[in-house]
Design a protein around this ligand. Structure first.
Ligand code: SF4
Ligand code: SF4
Length: 180
């Protein structure tokens, strides 16, 4: 069988096509136009000079977790170790170990409360699930970069440092939870 060779016609070669000079100058023109517009106009600038400039977060922005305190006490944690947040967490990043408080009106409190912020997917379900407004993500604070994975696990003390008293009304009426 005879071998046939298909000859592909080369397109006309020109100086412009070979050197890409028109395209390079066109691209440089766009870059220079944006440079001067951003430096002197600032209209379309999408970047912030962080940390001097910070973006205003929306009210429902989910930041780092915090654990609220029980009002009227010496800063005890509001969490009653009900296990709802570790149960609902899709990332399985919350660990709660309950202990008996010795107070029959509270019954349980977390002996250990840890959140692995590296595994957290910031879904907010833990906050939604909590029946006593013990956990929130309204800090407006990002997780700081860490060098070791273990440093991303925040314990009860870390989480309570960001916490405040909560006077949430349970069930929408009847006053604050447990009258605190
Ligand atoms: S925000 Fe979502 S993923 Fe993160 S700890 Fe809460 S439930 Fe888990
Ligand atoms: S933080 Fe809220 S949901 Fe989680 S264990 Fe404590 S009381 Fe339950």
């Amino acid at each position: 069988m005879a071998i046939t060779v298909k000859v592909v016609k080369r397109s006309d070669s020109t100086m412009n096509k070979e050197t890409y000079l028109p395209q390079i100058f066109k691209g440089m023109g766009v870059t220079i136009r944006h440079f001067f517009r951003n430096v002197f106009g600032g209209r379309d600038t999408q970047t912030l000079k962080y940390p001097e400039e910070k973006i205003a977060y929306p009210e429902r922005f989910r930041g780092l977790h915090r654990l609220n305190h029980r009002p009227g006490t010496d800063g005890r944690v509001r969490c009653v170790a009900c296990m709802l947040c570790p149960t609902v967490c899709p990332a399985h990043c919350i660990t709660v170990v309950a202990e008996d408080t010795g107070d029959p009106s509270i019954e349980k409190a977390p002996a250990l409360f840890e959140i692995d912020e590296l595994r957290c997917v910031v879904c907010g379900l833990c906050v939604e699930a909590c029946p006593v407004d013990a956990i929130r993500m309204d800090t407006g604070v990002h997780m700081k970069p860490v060098s070791f994975r273990g440093d991303a696990i925040l314990g009860k003390v870390d989480l309570m440092k960001l916490g405040t008293d909560s006077r949430a009304v349970q069930g929408g009426k009847g006053g604050d939870w447990r009258g605190a």
